[in-house]
Design a protein around this ligand. Sequence first.
Ligand SMILES: [Zn+2]
Length: 373
Amino acid sequence: MKLLLKIISLILIYTNCFGQSPPSNSFFVIHCDPGYADVMHYKKLQQMIDTASAHNVPLTIELSPPWVNFILADPVKLDSVRSWQKRGHEIAAHHHGVYHCFWDSITNFPIDSIIANQPAGPQCDSGILSGAMKTFWDNLDTIAGDSLMLSWGSTDDYPAVDLYPNIPYRTSGGRDSAVQGFSNIYLATHGPTTVGATTYGPYTTCSIDYYFIEDITTVQEVRDLYNDSTGYSNMYNTVGVVTHVFNFKQALAAAPPNYYYTWINFIKGKGCQTVREILRKSSVCSSVGIEKIKTNADFKIYPNPASTTLYIVPNEGHGNKDYQVEVYNILGQKFISEQSPNSLKIQNLENGVYFVKITSEINETSIQKFVKQ
Ligand SMILES: [Zn+2]
């Protein structure tokens, strides 16, 4: 068996060196930008999701603060988010920082620093401070339904200031060249950055890059590079693209060559996964991944693996008497929610990997992994 694995890996290395192997992973991020959280763009997003679902292409949906508020205000929309998650799509975060021409009004930067750093000009709608990042994160937590909202895409000159410490995964990239769509997973450390009296970070994220597609030309650029068996395609294991909801112009009935359908049709069946799935599986990320989320609440779970009953034992300590226990699968779907249980009945869960999130009465959280078998 070992020899067989070695031969297979040698073949993989060989084909990789001699230009036979396109990226094994692909992901597609959707940016829900500030300024577009309205009924019309929500309908477009739903159409984008339906199209992707029909072709088994899971999306990573990065929501900016106005979209989060828009969805949370309507239980019907929140139900839709749960159905997107059930179809394998990922809910993630999008943020325009104070250096962005279209700042989304949320930041940890103090007011004088915002004024000093914001781009000015008639083309910019630079926003008015509405709150610190904490509100955004709390609302995202609700929308994700799972505290497994782990991926973050933003435009920040100093990401540590606004980056949430528990977010391990980050998307990055731009519009300079389609080669930006080809990358290998890498670790990036942000900060420490001191602003006012507060020091933020350092935070290490597991990161992956994308290229903006917004029309048929940009789609062709990425497709040509992907199909070039001697070029960039062979040097990187992941191809990633991003588009905005506002770039999606056609109604559902529109036929190709709409850029969105063209890309979905090209990439389907080619290692499509969410950002979370790709990064979680990577050994590069083992120091920062989902399993390494900072925990400060003190609980034990056993046995692991478990088949019928999972026991929860709070250690003696303040804030451990009254606690909330929730169980999620890797897609962020919630299966169990109980108040202060000593044990959980898990015989009805399908076999696989699950996360137990325990929130103590003083709001400290512990996320632990267990295997149902
Ligand atoms: Zn944006």
